[in-house]
Design a protein around this ligand. Structure first.
Ligand code: C2E
Ligand code: MG
Ligand code: MG
Ligand code: MG
Length: 288
């Protein structure tokens, strides 16, 4: 009997595997077509100072899937990475963000805004990454000083010297770099002195434990202290409550980003929120 059950379990397992493989193959095909079909869109989420002044936004990609509706990066970025499609997608994201910077350049209300763009490790490791970014800047006419590239610690898994070289070449153009999801990867702190970074992002994993876990609070204070002594800007992501914001500001975190100040929104809505035509998308947010 046990043997028969085992056989059934195996058949279920195989059927499940087959379903997953088919679903994954479908997703790969759809992803291929999606760029040409213009199904991707950027959402914008503000980064604000302790005085609630908006300094800019992070752009976050979404996929308007023709059947499944709006998909978040968690539902397709891994597949895009594995298939290499992230390179074309990442280039589209960068170019779209740079066009937006140029569009804002002549608008006195918006010309100060910076945009942060996520760059995947695979995209960054491409041999011609520096050229690709320079070409996007040339094509779009964007001011490189308004552009920040968010990198993760996973980029340090190999060839750190290469990474430093690329970052320095881009920094020479005026582009700045942020270390995203700081503290969740496996990087060595020694890299913090070697990489030409200008910002560290405290991961929302830490932020969400403020008020709940004294040890995590100590780690946040240590990250802020380290960043400040290295003269790096600090931004906390995933800030959802006034208590989280108050803790961060009190301990010297210069910038906050999170639902408390607005959820990521498509450009048209984001701009109307900036203008105060629409309320910021979280009712908990009350400007001081
Ligand atoms: P990330 O760069 O760390 O982005 C922060 C994520 O936290 C975003 O998720 C954002 O929507 C979400 N978030 C913002 N505020 C809050 C909050 O108050 N509470 C909570 N719980 N979450 C908040 P999203 O948009 O689903 O993106 C997930 C990840 O996908 C990003 O993490 C980034 O690693 C990646 N990603 C997004 N857009 C791109 C892109 O254009 N290119 C690449 N390579 N990766 C991207
Ligand atoms: Mg990011
Ligand atoms: Mg992050
Ligand atoms: Mg994160």
């Amino acid at each position: 009997r046990a043997k028969a059950d085992g056989g059934n379990a195996l058949r279920f397992f195989e059927a499940d595997m087959q379903t997953r493989i088919t679903a994954r193959a479908a997703l790969e095909n759809e992803l291929h077509a999606a760029i040409a079909a213009r199904q991707f869109v950027l959402h914008y989420q503000s980064q604000v100072t302790s005085e609630n002044r908006v300094v800019g936004a992070e752009v976050l990609v979404r996929w308007h899937h023709p059947v499944r509706g709006l998909l978040l990066p968690g539902q397709f970025i891994d597949v895009a990475e594995d298939t290499g499609l992230i390179i074309a997608l990442g280039l589209w994201v960068l170019e779209t963000a740079c066009r937006q910077l140029t569009a804002w350049r002549d608008d006195p209300q918006r010309q100060h805004l910076q945009l942060s763009v996520n760059v995947s490790a695979r995209q960054f490791r491409e041999g011609d990454f520096v050229d690709q970014v320079s070409q996007v800047l040339a094509r779009t006419g964007a001011d490189p000083r308004k552009l920040k590239l968010e990198l993760t610690e996973s980029l340090l898994h190999e060839k750190v010297a290469d990474a430093i070289g690329k970052m320095e070449a881009l920094a020479a153009l005026g582009i700045r770099f942020s270390m995203d999801d700081f503290g969740t990867g496996y990087s060595s702190l020694s890299y913090m002195t070697q990489l030409p970074l200008s910002q560290v992002k405290v991961d929302k994993f830490f932020v969400h434990r403020i008020g709940l876990d004294a040890k995590v609070e100590s780690i946040i204070q240590a990250i802020i202290g380290m960043a400040r002594s290295l003269e790096l800007e600090i931004v906390a992501e995933g800030v959802e409550t006034p208590a989280q914001r108050d803790f961060l500001v009190r301990h010297g975190c210069g910038l906050c980003q999170g639902y408390l100040f607005g959820v990521p929104q498509p450009l048209e809505i984001y701009e109307r929120e900036l203008d105060g035509e629409l309320p910021a998308s979280n009712p908990a947010f009350l400007p001081q």
